[in-house]
Design a binder for this molecule. Structure first.
Ligand SMILES: [Zn+2]
Length: 273
């Protein structure tokens, strides 16, 4: 039996993540999108020769010059990606100034990368710097309870993070630097991209007010797991509130004890005294 190639393995991981976004209820209709900054060994075996023209990005991302990215396509329904990965996924190449892109694999129905291209690429640029090149995945999902919190509460990064840490014992261990809060902007806009990158330069997860989550990491499982953990903490908050109100929650001392036990350092500006 021939071994699976790194490219085939990546396609399996991305198609399963797309399926899971749908099953979780995080990707209605064409919601949700995924991108991966590719390693050399993850390039498709049959090469990336292309007839595609270069397309202007409308912004620059110098940290990503010459890089290749796997993207879900605009308008694609996450529940369908596993059926036709070559149609609903594709690879783009950025030029040496990181001002233009062209399609070099996939998008077989003539598709283009997600309409959230700007937030994805600017998020990648922020995480390349913040993680010294380790982070390669950006994932966007409509995680409903996290979104609901942005309607029901006045939030900022510190308030949101503290709430998540207090409501789930494992949250500070998984998210010691917290969850960024990004005020509402038009989806796909440069304003949204820049505000998101500001948060992602300090932490790997952010919530877009009234919209959804954007998780990052070195691999698909990490990015997915961050959104999943934050959404679980938000669900516990919701269930506790519905079960008669929140009488108890993890104290700062308990959160600090968890951090010591698991050798993580919570953002001191968020944890407070
Ligand atoms: Zn969205």
């Amino acid at each position: 039996m021939s071994a699976i190639t790194p490219f085939e393995e990546l396609l399996q991981q991305v198609t399963r993540a797309a399926h899971d976004l749908w099953i979780k209820g995080w990707a209605e209709r064409n919601a949700g999108n995924i991108s991966v900054r590719l390693k050399q060994e993850q390039m498709p075996e049959n090469g990336t020769a292309t007839q595609d023209d270069w397309h202007e990005l409308g912004f620059e991302a110098p940290a990503l010059a010459g890089e290749f990215f796997l993207f879900s396509s605009t308008g694609c329904h996450m529940r369908n990606v596993e059926l036709l990965p070559e149609r609903y996924l594709g690879i783009i190449e950025l030029d040496e100034q990181a001002r233009r892109f062209r399609r070099v694999w996939g998008f077989s129905g003539g598709g283009r990368p997600t309409s959230e291209l700007a937030p994805h690429l600017i998020a990648h640029a922020a995480r390349v710097v913040a993680s010294a090149g380790a982070d390669r995945v950006v994932m966007h999902a409509h995680a409903p309870v996290l979104i609901a919190l942005t309607y029901s509460m006045d939030l900022d990064t510190a308030r949101l993070t503290h709430l998540l840490w207090e409501m789930h014992t494992e949250c500070v261990v998984v998210l010691p630097t917290g969850c960024g809060f990004v005020p509402w902007s038009v989806p796909g806009s440069i304003d949204l991209a820049r505000a998101t990158a500001e948060e992602l330069s300090k932490r790997p997860l952010a919530i877009w007010q009234f919209h959804g989550a954007i998780g990052t990491g070195p691999d698909i499982d990490t990015a997915f797991g961050l959104i999943d953990t934050a959404e679980k903490a938000a669900q516990i908050y919701k269930h506790a509130a519905a079960c008669g109100g929140i009488r108890n929650k993890l104290s700062n001392a308990q959160i600090a004890a968890l951090a010591r036990a698991f050798s993580v350092t919570p953002d001191p500006e968020i944890l407070g005294e």
